[in-house]
Structure formats: structure tokens, C-alpha cells
Design a binder for this molecule. Structure first.
Ligand SMILES: CC(C)(COP(=O)(O)OP(=O)(O)OC[C@H]1O[C@@H](n2cnc3c(N)ncnc32)[C@H](O)[C@@H]1OP(=O)(O)O)[C@@H](O)C(=O)NCCC(=O)NCCS
Length: 192
């Protein structure tokens, strides 16, 4: 198993692995109506959430994390390794998908953007992935802004590609970043 990229400190936030005492806070905002409006998984059973998050630290492919500010959990970050569709000989451990949910009580303070940046850093510098993708409902302008501020490149606008229980078929935008693009950017930053 690869080494976890967490814990990591970035922009005043601590990104770390989940512990059992975090679960009540995660449950308190995961099913907020404002969150579910933008998630295609429009409800998560609290028992499923507990089970899924407690399985993360021992998963070989799931590197999701919780985000702490001043000792309080304010967001969750998703980072999962996905290795193609099972093609024989497909290299393993090269591609990841990221996502995030910020507690609505802490929204609009840069936490979403910082979380996307931390997930990219964890994926590229920590896990040495080759490519990272993210997707959002095209109407989710806050999330689109997060992905663009984090430096991801839009590569797809898929029409009526996502099913949402309340909203029907939605357009989806897809973003990506390659390790080489990430490394080039770090090089640029080092020279400014
Ligand atoms: C989308 C989501 C992650 C954004 O999180 P956030 O922490 O509010 O994001 P940010 O604060 O980084 O950016 C949001 C806005 O705050 C602004 N902002 C950034 N830093 C800021 C700061 N320090 N202080 C105040 N505002 C700030 C940004 O400019 C941005 O403004 P915009 O809406 O005009 O683009 C959050 O709304 C969320 O969890 N939504 C529900 C779940 C979801 O949609 N997840 C993504 C699925 S693809």
C-alpha cells in the first residue's frame, strides 16, 4: 500500500485521516439540503457514511480526508485512485478522482479552494499519480470556481450526463490535471 499523503497543513487548515469522533460532524453537514442540491448522491444514510469513512484508512485506493480548522472539522475531501475499466495490463495507481464538501456554516471562506489544492498536492506529490480528474454539475458555479482557482483544466462538458433525483438530467463539466502540468507549475512558482 502507498503511504498516505496525510496529515498535511496548508493555508491554515489541517488535512488528516478520519477518526471515529469526526463522524457526527460529517453526518451533521453531509445531508444538508444545500449540499444535496449539488450532489448526485442526494442522501447518504448515516450508517453508510460511518461504514464508508471508517473503511478509508485501511483502503488501498481511498485517500479521502477530513479538513480541520482551529480544531473543528469543516470539510471533507475525497481522493480515490481509479485505474481504468479493467483493461488487461493497465498500469495501476496512476489516476485519481477528487471531490469535496464544505460545511455550509464555513462556506465562502476559501476552504473549498484550499481543499482542492491540498487534494492535488496529495495526489501528485504524495501518491505520485499521473493524472487527476474532477467533475461537477455544470450549474455548480461555486465548485467550478474552486476547480479553476485550484488550477485544473476543463476538458469536458457533457450534456445531460448526470441523473439527480430532484433535478433530473444535468450537464456535467469535467476537469483534469496531469502530473507534468502540476510539476511545471511548481517549477514556475519556484522561479517567481
Ligand atoms: C462548492 C463548495 C465546495 C465551495 O466551497 P467554499 O469553501 O465555499 O469555496 P471557496 O470559499 O473556496 O470559494 C467559494 C467562494 O468564496 C470566495 N472566497 C475564496 N476565498 C475566500 C475568503 N478567504 N473569504 C471569503 N470568500 C472567499 C471565492 O472567491 C468564491 O467566490 P465565488 O462564488 O464568487 O466564486 C461548497 O459550496 C460545497 O461543499 N457545496 C456542496 C457540495 C458540492 O457542491 N461539492 C462539490 C461537488 S462537485
Amino acid at each position: 500500500m502507498k503511504e498516505s499523503p496525510w496529515p498535511m497543513r496548508l493555508e491554515g487548515l489541517l488535512f488528516r485521516e478520519v477518526v471515529e469522533s469526526d463522524l457526527d460532524v460529517l453526518i451533521s453537514f453531509r445531508n444538508d439540503p444545500g449540499v444535496n442540491h449539488f450532489m448526485v448522491r442526494t442522501y447518504v444514510d448515516p450508517d453508510d457514511l460511518r461504514r464508508e469513512w471508517l473503511a478509508v484508512p485501511s483502503s488501498p485506493t481511498d485517500y479521502s480526508c477530513v479538513v480541520e480548522r482551529d480544531g473543528r472539522v469543516v470539510a471533507m475531501g475525497f481522493l480515490e485512485i481509479v485505474d481504468g475499466a479493467g483493461q488487461p495490463g493497465h498500469p495501476t495507481g496512476t489516476e485519481g478522482v477528487i471531490g469535496y464538501i464544505v460545511d455550509p456554516r464555513a462556506a465562502g471562506q476559501g476552504i473549498g479552494t484550499a481543499t482542492a489544492r491540498a487534494l492535488l498536492r496529495g495526489a501528485f506529490d504524495g501518491l505520485r499519480l499521473r493524472r487527476v480528474t474532477a467533475a461537477a454539475n455544470a450549474d455548480n458555479l461555486a465548485s467550478v470556481g474552486v476547480l479553476e482557482r485550484a488550477g485544473m483544466r476543463r476538458e469536458r462538458h457533457a450534456l445531460k450526463a448526470l441523473w439527480h433525483r430532484d433535478l433530473g438530467w444535468l450537464d456535467e463539466v469535467g476537469y483534469a490535471l496531469l502530473h507534468d502540468e502540476w510539476a511545471a507549475r511548481i517549477g514556475e512558482t519556484a522561479h517567481t
